[in-house]
Design a protein around this ligand. Sequence first.
Ligand code: SF4
Length: 466
Amino acid sequence: MASLYIETFGCQMNEADSQYIADRAASAGYLIAAKPEEANVVVLNTCTVRDNAERRAYGRMNHLKLLKDADPAVRLVVMGCLAEQDRDRMRSLAPHVDAIFGTKELAQLGDQLAAWEPGFSESVDFADDRALLAHLGGTADAVVDAFSHLRAFVNVQRGCSYYCTFCIVPHVRGRFDHRPLDAILGDVDAKIASGAREVMLVGQTVNAWNDPATGADFGDLCRAVARTAGLERLTFISPHPKDFTQKVIADLAGVASLNPRMHLPMQSASDPVLRRMNRKYTAAQFEEKVQLVRRYLPHWAITTDIIVGFPGETDEDFERTLEYVRSGVFTNAFTFVYSIRRGTPAAHWEQVSHEVATARFARLVDAQNAVTRAYHDAKIGTVVRALVAGPSKKDAGKLAARALDNVTVIGAMPDDYEERLYAREPWLDVAIERAYVWGCTGTIVRRAAAFSDPGVDVRRPLVSLL
Ligand code: SF4
């Protein structure tokens, strides 16, 4: 039987695209492999949002050449934003790549996989030389483990029309293309039928969504999706602060199945920086959105993205951002040192020195870590319901899960742990005992088949009695 391995870099948009390709491959008759050396087709879904992501993708392409050298029958495919942006350069830098599909060519990649499948099914085994390969490593979290289907991504739009001056997305994914409501609801139904417990609506600017036929907005979309039979939890990423109207936020407050976490990318709290970034809001307007969330969704956690060392950022600009973060608005933040993206306006502007940017970054991370740690500390002594994610990557003797506010919680592996049982009864109640910056640890006390079920006691590991 033909098999496909897919490795995903970058954002949830790419994870959603990888899920789509895995679904297309599975319906064309492929097995989804957990390792590249077990696959006939290896797909790298690439990202170009930061220089580091680009270098990692090229590094991985070169690494996977070992597989092609050992078995020339294997097909190496590159998709995603880097494929869209760098198609010609990629052909000369990585000539061993068999096929390149841009972000608008997902359907064609699905067709190509279907066309290749009979050839792989008819061929006998993998070339013997593969057996000599050391494990090629890699991550395929989005599509292969026993729990990944519990969290499903559903795309609501492609592209973005906002042209932030640091961002490559509009250049590689094009302008907004909103999917019709019916198509989205059809995908949600299909994901629930395949076992999804949590649906994440995904878009580069997800709350700018408008139904092309009726003009229904993002609030209407969430309300419609929440009515889908069998849906347990709903979440979304990433909204743009500018697109949250009072009406949309009030709509969200009426959807009980929404996870209580709002990821609201701020990028900077300084007006001159926000203007140069073309973010389309001022710091005061961002704060107004935060207040709207506080008013209508008082129990929600707010997380954010922040870029440090954007071209022209002065000490004063940075101090404003630092002060805002210190005020404790965000329960967590993804912080980045600005990285030049070829093809964007900010790439041509005078850059902040690396030393200055990294020193600011360290101060910002310290400030946010203190806030995040305090948020996690407040969970100690409570019992948190979380969706299982699988054995911890760092310690297979522990089980990891994700709480509704996206906080990672980990507990000792229950004695009755069995992959299929925990995939069927995936809601865990975890009594939180310790808190860290990355999340919390505790004891897994119950598991439940449905989010609203009280659950049954799990068999505690003996170690917890010691
Ligand atoms: S809103 Fe800005 S940062 Fe987000 S995808 Fe669009 S251009 Fe990029």
